[in-house]
Design a protein around this ligand. Structure first.
Ligand code: PRP
Ligand code: URA
Length: 210
């Protein structure tokens, strides 16, 4: 059975996340920290990429060297807040393809509402990482991954910064084949569907809209 939940624990990630959670963190530092953490999370989420051996020549000698096999990785950002994770991922994998899925959570029903979808071609041949800082009720994550699968993606992972146990359970029930990577599994959701203790509204904090 594939392991489907990885809480990526590293002192740098924990420290930076603490700085982000602090309600006095400025928009600029929230944004910078999210970009930095996303690079650290990328190591773990891409750890099992398939490799191949190629023949190269160093200035000293020929050698059999290793490189990543297959079509370029695809990162899919769940708008808006996914874009905050995207930058760091692209710093690390500049050749990656990028898709966007626009979803917002209806504040009353907490159900995801879809408003945009643009994905690269050949999704069936790419490792796809769907990214969103918050896995709260799990509705947005499950809907985004459904759209990616509909486009043909088979090797799919979901990357969140902060998750709630309820959200992970809902997501896992909908997509048992999709591993979830997160920097923190928090305590619970509150009555408004916010993660407790969480970090508030990720999109608003990232873009300074509140
Ligand atoms: C936030 C977050 C996720 C969603 C998580 O986005 O970025 O997409 O909520 O909640 P869920 O797990 O309960 O679905 P939001 O809907 O606030 O949209 P925004 O990024 O446009 O602000
Ligand atoms: N969306 C957010 O941005 N934060 C939460 O805590 C829950 C959903």
């Amino acid at each position: 059975m594939t392991k489907t939940l990885t809480v990526v624990d590293h002192p740098l990630i924990e420290h930076k996340l603490t700085l982000m959670r602090e309600k006095t963190a400025s928009t600029a530092s929230f944004r910078r920290l999210l970009r930095e953490i996303s690079m650290l999370l990328a190591y773990e989420v891409l750890r099992d990429l398939k490799m191949e051996t190629v023949e190269i020549e160093t200035p000293v000698a020929p050698m059999q060297a290793r490189q990543i096999q297959g079509k370029k990785v695809c990162f899919v950002s769940v708008l808006r807040a996914g874009d905050g994770l995207l930058q760091g991922l692209l710093d690390l994998v500049p050749v990656a393809r990028v898709g966007h899925i626009g979803l917002y959570r209806d504040p009353k029903t907490l159900q995801p509402v879809s408003y945009y979808n643009k994905l690269p071609d050949n999704m069936g041949e790419r490792t796809t990482v769907v990214v969103d800082p918050m896995l709260a009720t799990g509705g947005s994550a499950a809907a985004a991954v459904s759209e990616v699968k509909k486009a043909g993606a088979k090797d799919v992972r979901f990357l969140a910064l902060v998750s709630a146990p309820e959200g992970y359970e809902t997501f896992h029930a909908a997509h048992p084949d999709v591993p979830v990577y997160t920097a923190a599994m928090d305590e619970r959701l509150n009555e408004k569907g916010y993660i407790v203790p969480g970090l508030g509204d990720a999109g608003d904090r990232l873009f300074g809209t509140k």
